[in-house]
Design a binder for this molecule. Structure first.
Ligand SMILES: C[S@@+](CC[C@H](N)C(=O)[O-])C[C@H]1O[C@@H](n2cnc3c(N)ncnc32)[C@H](O)[C@@H]1O
Length: 231
């Protein structure tokens, strides 16, 4: 069956989008919120073209980098783009991985969880591979947003870009936020996410809040942690 998000076309489109996200400073803004200094290993889930890991490396070169993506096509694009950067790149789903138990200090993702088919299994798998004391920070667009306000902010952020780029970004975001379901995206309310986290192995060890990235107030930061005393 054809799945748009796994196609070569999607991987090519994602490459363009992720370079624009990097240019706008999105990955730096996310990386600045991660506890990078004391960490040893970081996993970026749904890493796409791996630009998030590239930015993390610039900020914390001591870190061992791991990237996972369901799409073979995205992994191929990423491998070509990663000249000179050492990343353990794997194709597969975060619902069942081949990493050891208690392996990562940080697990992060940007705009991937909305595509996970069985998010509770994914949270449980992240719990398994996270070290005791490790932290998870997932950044996603959420349900129930003010779309017009978000699009106005995107226009303002891109005021210096050409009208065509600005128009393209607005149309793409509008499509994703209104009709993402047709390409396999599912957006959640804060209440749904809190319930999902509470029912997973993370239990009460979660803090899920609205957040803005690049001043666009459509995101949620899903912060989960594994207690230091966990087995
Ligand atoms: C919108 S892209 C975001 C890519 C990247 N994080 C970025 O910011 O450019 C979402 C990615 O999540 C991946 N993905 C979807 N479901 C996944 C799963 N269960 N496990 C791992 N990756 C997944 C898709 O293949 C896709 O590359």
């Amino acid at each position: 069956m054809f799945v748009f998000s796994q196609s070569k076309f999607a991987a090519g489109l994602q490459r363009i989008v992720s370079f624009r996200r990097q240019d706008a400073g999105l990955y730096r803004e996310i990386a600045e919120r991660l506890p990078l200094i004391k960490a040893e290993r970081v996993l970026d889930v749904g890493t796409g073209t791996c630009l998030q890991l590239k930015v993390i490396h610039e900020m914390a070169p001591h870190l061992a980098l791991y990237g996972l993506d369901l799409s073979e096509a995205a992994i191929q694009v990423a491998s070509k783009a990663l000249v000179g950067l050492k990343v353990d790149l794997r194709a597969g789903s975060i619902s069942a991985t081949t990493y050891d138990d208690n392996f990562f200090d940080i697990v992060t993702c940007n705009a991937s969880m909305s595509y996970w088919e069985n998010p509770e299994d994914c949270f449980n798998e992240i719990y398994r591979i996270l070290k005791p004391g490790g932290e998870v920070m997932l950044f996603e667009p959420r349900k129930e947003i003010n779309l017009e306000e978000a699009l106005a902010q995107i226009r303002e952020n891109m005021a210096e870009k050409s009208w065509l780029r600005r128009w393209g970004a607005v149309q793409m975001n509008k499509f994703g936020l209104k009709r993402g379901g047709s390409i396999g995206m599912k957006l959640y309310t804060l209440k749904e996410l809190k319930q999902l986290a509470a029912e997973s192995r993370f239990g009460e060890h979660n803090s899920i809040d609205k957040t803005a990235l690049l001043n666009i107030s459509i995101f949620v930061c899903i912060h989960l942690w594994k207690p230091s005393s966990a087995e």
